[in-house]
Design a protein around this ligand. Structure first.
Ligand code: FAD
Ligand code: NAP
Length: 535
């Protein structure tokens, strides 16, 4: 009998989940609270209850070749860093191409997910949904939770004494939509994650003055990197990942800090943190240094207290007549619809094997998709997680015993805590290549590089030294896609096409295949290997 799967949410993760169910011959029913697909990327002028909300100008900070679904490249003429409306265009193309829409029940909220009475043997779930005030209950064989993790604002008002007497306006970044209404105001933005950076820059063009408060500073990286290539296409590579593994972390941090300081000295710009480069989720911002050097954004330390109209900072300085405050202080996540015996979240910490499977279930018939904060893009990660989960549901992949899964969860948490500064934003961090390889290994879809080097050496070099694009996880194993090799061979064309919009007569300059860095990498890796063999 065909197994049924309830998919909660039709954002990027939900769409990929539906497609993976279909690929595995499962029967998905997707429940989406709102009236459209796209989740967070579906822009609305007003925030909606129960769905993440973005501001009108959001441009993604992961580039198109790194964020696409692995068997559906983003059209070559789409920009590398897309506006949210363009991302929606891509999701619609994906949904249409794989005929996903008919599996989605819109304006339908999942109210509860509970184990069936015979769960230990059947593994089934009872799902209660609500549409237009009417409740409905159905039984499903499996569940894919794709409800996102940017829904509930973290508004830590208790940490800001005097906020109750402050006479200006304050809001969370979730409620910020556009600069309308901020003209000629003195605005304070609190928090220097990607929301805080983006909003401070945007407002600085029309506000009288913007102050950006950060309690620990940040290293700022640029979307546009060496030779104008998207940053993630240069950093998310197998050889870079290997270097990160074999070289001391202090050296890696030193190189990265040196590089970003060449663009602007973080000390002189008041941004220098005490933690190292790799100790924090990266803040990507192309304009912040320009706004600081032109005086329109002033960096401040943590807020000590609010007064009726003024704000006092921990260094004793005071800014008068602040009209508006935006708390860009991040998000909390939870699963209010899911039985507490299945998923418990405390301060953004949840026990999930590979961030997907609750380890204690008698039957592995529930998976959480997209609950990671990657250094890289979420979409291909969600897709790979869903590929694995659907194979687990079918019994084609067996998960380890509960004890081993719990051990793995604890190890990951310990590793994360030793690398990142303590913050509730650093509880689900993953590095793209490492994590994708880990999930792909369980699935059986990790590219076997040795085999590639033996059979197709030139291509293998591209896989090892080039961007680790999602297509790499469709080269072999279950879900293999015949277009994967061609997609990798043409990825540079799709990166260049949207920027090179003026045709030039002069022939392209020769770009040698192996550059100096790559040759050095080979030497370092060989030396590391030799060292391991000898010692
Ligand atoms: P969401 O997009 O949040 O979708 C979840 C869906 O589930 C929603 O449609 C919601 O309505 C539905 N839902 C929730 N609860 C229920 C329920 N009980 N019943 C029915 N439906 C429900 N990631 C990147 O990779 N690159 C980026 O550059 C990037 N930029 C970002 C910018 C901003 C401002 C923010 C806040 C996040 C950004 N992210 C980025 C992360 C973002 O989470 C992912 O891009 C992506 O949206 C995750 O998709 P998702 O489907 O998991 O979650
Ligand atoms: P975030 O990454 O969690 O950043 C929150 C910021 O608020 C951090 O600087 C944090 O500082 C600070 N903060 C939290 N609590 C605080 C407190 N009590 N007092 C002072 N400061 C506090 O949240 P976000 O910026 O909204 O980003 C959420 C997600 O969306 C991220 O994945 C991000 O990459 C993504 N995003 C992407 C884009 C884009 O693509 N253009 C734009 C916006 C957001 P600490 O570090 O000290 O905790």
């Amino acid at each position: 009998m065909v197994k049924t799967v309830a998919v909660v949410g039709a954002g990027a993760s939900g769409l990929a989940a539906i497609k993976c169910c279909l690929d595995e011959g499962l029967e998905p029913v997707c429940f989406e609270r709102s009236g459209d697909i796209g989740g967070l990327w579906q822009y609305k002028d007003n925030p909606e209850d129960g769905r993440a909300s973005i501001y009108k100008s959001v441009i993604i900070n992961t580039s198109k070749e790194m964020m696409c679904f692995s068997d559906f490249p983003i059209p070559d003429d789409f920009p590398n860093y897309m506006h949210n409306s363009k991302i929606m265009d891509y999701f619609r193309m994906y949904a249409q191409n794989f005929s996903l829409m008919k599996y989605i029940q819109f304006k339908t909220t999942v109210c509860s997910i509970k184990k069936s009475l015979d769960f230990p043997t059947s593994g089934q779930w009872i799902v209660t949904t609500e549409k237009e005030g009417k409740q409905d209950t159905s039984v499903f064989d499996s569940i894919l939770i794709c409800s996102g993790h940017h829904m509930f604002p973290n508004l830590p008002l208790a940490s800001f004494p005097g906020i109750e007497t402050f006479k200006g306006l304050y809001m969370h970044s979730r409620d910020y939509k556009s600069p309308e209404g901020f003209q000629n105001k003195r605005v304070l933005v609190i928090g220097i994650g990607n929301s805080g950076g983006d909003i401070a820059v945007e407002l600085s063009r029309i506000a009288k003055q913007v102050f950006l408060s950060t309690r620990r500073g940040a290293w700022i990286v640029n979307r546009v990197s060496a030779n104008g290539y998207p940053l993630d296409t240069l950093k998310t590579r197998r050889y870079v990942y290997l270097l990160n593994k074999v070289l001391p972390s202090s050296l890696i941090n030193y190189i990265a800090e040196n590089k970003v300081n060449q663009r602007f000295d973080h000390d002189n710009y008041g941004l220098l943190p005490t933690h190292r480069f790799n100790g924090q989720h990266p803040t990507v911002n192309d304009d912040l240094p320009n706004r600081i050097i032109s005086g329109q954004v002033k960096i401040k330390c943590n807020v000590k207290e609010f007064k009726e109209n003024d704000v006092v900072f921990e260094d004793g300085t005071e800014e008068k007549d602040i009209d508006m405050v935006i708390f860009a202080t991040g998000y909390s996540f939870s699963f209010p619809f899911c039985d507490e015996s299945v998923l418990v979240v405390t301060e953004n910490k949840v026990s999930l094997y590979k961030y997907i499977f609750p380890p204690h279930l008698e039957q592995n018939t529930l998976a959480v998709i997209g609950l990671v904060q990657p250094i890289g893009a979420i979409m291909p990660i969600s897709e790979l997680q869903a590929r694995l989960a659907t194979r687990v549901f079918k019994g084609l992949v067996r998960l380890p015993a509960a004890q081993s899964m719990v051990h793995d969860v604890a190890q990951k948490r310990q590793k994360m805590e030793s690398r990142y500064v303590r913050s509730q934003r650093h509880t689900i961090q993953v590095d793209y290549v490492e994590y994708m390889d880990e999930v792909a290994s369980l699935l059986g879809a990790k590219p076997r590089l040795f085999l590639l080097f033996m059979t197709d050496p030139k291509f293998a070099l591209k896989v090892f030294f080039g961007p680790c694009t999602p297509y790499q996880y469709r080269l072999m194993g279950p879900g293999k896609w015949s277009g994967a090799r061609a997609a990798i061979m043409t990825q540079y064309d799709r990166i260049i096409k949207p920027t090179k919009t003026r045709s030039l007569d002069n022939p392209s300059r020769d770009k040698s295949f192996l550059n100096v860095i790559q040759v050095c990498t080979i030497l370092i890796l060989l030396a590391a290997l030799l060292y391991q063999i000898i010692c």
